[in-house]
Design a protein. Structure first.
Length: 395
């Protein structure tokens, strides 16, 4: 039977990781739904979560838009746990800031995400994606700030402050940025599923079912010199094995997916192309590169201080389209890299550790020998890469 009665409906999203994600009639959920429909968030449909990883794992075509919805959904679950475990300490306003920050946390990512960010850093433009996200959220000319501040005065500034803070100041901050946050709980599952990796599985339901809140002693307060105690997420004893699997999952995905040798090689090729392109644009060699002066990449690289509008015009599709045009570029290095990336004709990678062992001196000698051989005998491009990320970063 089909009911013909017309009633207001909630919005629903079918997600491969979380199943059915429902946006209820609450003001918070409806605000989140409206934020998803802003140009800033819609751009994330065209920014892949794993950058160039689809050239290694063909199924890894998921977007930062899908990831953002998953993080929002997970953040709601974490906030409900805080309400369940510490009802006396519940802060409804702070909870809303955390959930909305979770939704918006990746809005500042550029095309190819961290690769593009590294290119900018090498050019002296050190604005991180977190800083871009905060700028999108507080931009008076954008679509996000009016929605947030109409819901609550100053909300956009509170969310931007949370996105920029490096150290969690309370448990609601930990929902967005911590060693057990909504971001990590989503991308570990999503990236594993979409790459087809058999490694990195976590028992998500069991982890959340055994999640609680406890007061944890922190380092001495910088001003008073006294120890401080703050509430934090903790896992009950019976979730010990699930917690171990959670820690191993990140390690396994880093070694098998994020730092995959071929993926890192492609990232270096993309980075080299973009840096060379930016240099040609800086010298105003527009005829040589073959892109119009109004092309989004030209406008972005030509600007001393790119604006949110310049950033909003960029996504993966814009760069891939430019790569197709750059196959006709008159600059040899740019043309060669564009042809290779477009046709997946990749440079071969040499893993010094795998080839020559862990002895740093042996690696150094062989690196020098290889550099001299390639420089003297072969007219090729050599791109060096050493991952900066460490999953064992200091807590």
């Amino acid at each position: 039977m089909i009911c013909s009665t017309m009633t207001a409906r909630t919005q629903r999203v079918r997600d491969p990781v979380h199943g059915l994600i429902v946006f209820s009639k609450s003001e918070l959920d409806q605000l989140a739904w409206n934020l998803l429909n802003t140009p800033e968030m819609q751009r994330l449909r065209r920014v892949k979560q794993l950058g160039v990883s689809e050239l290694v794992f063909p199924g890894a075509t998921h977007s930062r838009f899908a990831h953002s919805i998953g993080v929002f959904h997970t953040a709601r679950s974490l906030v409900q746990i805080i309400e369940r475990e510490r009802p006396e300490a519940e802060d409804r306003g702070r909870a809303e800031v955390a959930v909305l920050a979770a939704l918006l946390h990746d809005v500042g990512h550029g095309p190819f995400s961290h690769t593009f960010e590294d290119v900018q850093k090498s050019r002296g433009q050190k604005k991180s994606h977190e800083e871009w996200s905060a700028e999108f959220v507080t931009n008076e000319l954008g679509a996000i700030r009016p929605l947030l501040d109409a819901h609550q005065s100053g909300l956009s500034d509170e969310i931007a402050e949370l996105l920029l803070a490096e150290v969690p100041s309370d448990i609601y901050h930990a929902v967005v940025s911590s060693s057990f946050d909504a971001d990590r709980l989503d991308y570990l599952r999503r990236d594993r599923m979409m790459t087809g990796s058999g490694a990195g599985a976590i028992d998500f339901d069991w982890l959340l079912d055994n999640l609680t809140v406890a007061d944890i002693d922190m380092e001495a307060d910088g001003e008073s010199g006294e120890d401080v105690s703050r509430p934090s997420f903790c896992l009950r004893q019976k979730a010990t094995q699930a917690a171990e699997a959670f820690l191993l999952a990140r390690y396994q995905l880093y070694t098998q997916v994020y730092l995959h040798k071929t993926t890192r090689g492609i990232e270096q090729m993309v980075g080299a192309l973009l840096r060379a392109l930016a240099n040609e644009i800086r010298t105003k060699n527009f005829k040589g590169i073959g892109l119009s002066t109004n092309h989004p990449l030209v406008r972005f690289f030509a600007a001393a201080n790119p604006t949110p509008a310049d950033c909003l015009a960029l996504d993966d599709t814009v760069v891939w389209s430019a790569i197709g045009e750059l196959k006709r570029c008159s600059v040899d290095m740019i043309r060669d890299l564009a042809e290779r990336l477009h046709g997946r004709i990749l440079y071969k990678g040499l893993d010094l550790e795998a080839e020559f062992g862990l002895d740093s001196e042996v690696q150094r000698r062989n690196r020098r020998r290889i550099d001299q051989k390639f420089k003297g005998e072969m007219n090729v491009t050599v791109l060096k890469d050493e991952p900066k990320a460490s999953i064992y970063g200091e807590i």
